[in-house]
Structures are given as C-alpha cells and as structure tokens.
Design a protein around this ligand. Structure first.
Ligand SMILES: Cc1cc2nc3c(=O)[nH]c(=O)nc-3n(C[C@H](O)[C@H](O)[C@H](O)COP(=O)(O)O)c2cc1C
Length: 206
C-alpha cells in the first residue's frame, strides 16, 4: 500500500509552527483522539503539536472562582496557549453541538487578556454519522470567530463514518482521509505564518 505523507522539509530559515492540540472527547477509544494521533503522524516537518491533556480537570467556568484567581489547571491551559502559534481542535459532536468539556476550556481561555484573540485555529471532527460533526464545527466557528480567533476557512474536515476509516489499533488507515488531514495541517501552517505579521503588528500597537 502506498502511504501518502505530504510532508514538507523545513529549510534553515523556515520557522517551526507550534500548535496546541485540544481533543473534545475524554474516552480512551475515541475516534477523535485517534484523529489527533493521526495529525501528529501527518503534520508537516516544520510543525510541532503539543496535546493538552486534562480538560476534564478544569472546574466549570464560574466568575466567582475566576475573581479569586485562576485555578492551577486554568493557569496551565493559559500557559500552554501562551506558548503556541496556533490551535488545533479535534472534536466529536454531542447532541448537534459542541462537547461541554471543550466549550468550558474555551470559556476559561477567552477571559482576561484573551489568548484566543487573533489565534489561528483549525478544526477537525469525526463521527460515526455521515455528517462528520458538521454542526459542532459550525458552533465552534461561531464561538471562536466571536472571540476574535482566525478559524481556517473551508474546506471543512468532517470525518463521517469514522470507525470504518481506522484500523483495529485506531490508526487512521483510509488513504483519502490521511491525504485530507495532511493537507489541512499544511494549510494551518501556511495560515499561521501568513497571520504572523498581523499578530506581531497588533501586539506592538497594543
Ligand atoms: C451524548 C451524546 C450525543 C451525541 N450526539 C451526536 C450528534 O449530535 N451527532 C453525531 O454525529 N454524533 C453524536 N454522538 C455520537 C458520537 O459522534 C460518537 O459517540 C463518537 O464516537 C464520539 O466521539 P469519540 O469517539 O471521539 O468519543 C453522540 C454521542 C453522545 C455520547
């Protein structure tokens, strides 16, 4: 079988794009977690993806708690966001919308000097349904755009009938899907680099 990688070789003057990975499912056999693993495998050479575990350790957002000071798990999330150039969200769809655990993380991260403002973001979703989690992505797009993040435009990566695309070890085995994911990550890299000058300008002007 031919394995399509679509990797690009970094050149000496090409910066590494650092990406924080947030997965919206907490279950061990999650197809979305497996899709994030595939992103690690298929990313371009000049991209690093750091997964942020522990979204389930965040308390429910509460302004009273926030006023007393961010809990350590919130501080860890904000610190992780502070150290990256872009965000990759891989999520299931729950009841036609976004999983609570991810929305909660975004609510925490959006507060204060919002680290999501001007942040380049790529979305991917996987579902057993043929729709592939489209409604969850639409809701994320609405929320993230509302807080000033730059969500990578279409084509959307909606992995429908997801369980059939992974092997027994939860490795993404469907070649057309691997190709889509690899291309999406190249687009995220290019989107992040293209927005870099704008972000720097806005930071200096602030
Ligand atoms: C509470 C709940 C609601 C769900 N609602 C939807 C839905 O609206 N659309 C959909 O495509 N799948 C829905 N599903 C099915 C999930 O897509 C499926 O369980 C998927 O495997 C979850 O992602 P994961 O494998 O990454 O954990 C729902 C599952 C649960 C548990």
């Amino acid at each position: 079988m031919t394995v399509v990688t679509y990797q690009t070789k970094p050149t000496s003057n090409q910066p590494v794009v650092r990406v924080l990975g947030l997965t919206g499912s907490l279950r061990s056999q999650s197809v979305n977690r497996a899709l994030m693993s595939a992103a690690h495998e298929l990313k371009p050479d000049d991209m690093q993806i750091m997964d942020h575990a522990g979204l389930d350790q965040l308390p429910y957002f509460n302004e009273d708690v926030e006023t007393e000071g961010d809990p350590t798990t919130v501080q860890a999330l904000k610190s992780a966001l502070h150290s990256v150039d872009a965000l990759l969200i891989v999520t299931p769809e729950y009841n036609s919308g976004v999983p609570a655990v991810l929305k909660n993380a975004i609510d925490w991260a959006s507060r204060g000097a919002s680290l999501l403002k001007e942040m380049p973001v790529a979305l991917m979703s996987a579902s057993p349904s043929p729709m592939g989690g489209q409604r969850a992505q639409l809701q994320f797009r609405q929320t993230l755009t509302g807080i000033g993040a730059h969500v990578l435009p279409a084509p959307d990566i909606l992995i429908g009938s997801a369980p059939q695309r992974f092997d027994a070890d939860l490795r993404l085995s469907d070649e057309p899907t691997r190709k889509l994911v690899a291309r999406h990550l190249v687009r995220l890299r290019d989107w992040t680099l293209a927005l870099g000058a704008l972000r720097l300008h806005l930071k200096e002007a602030a």
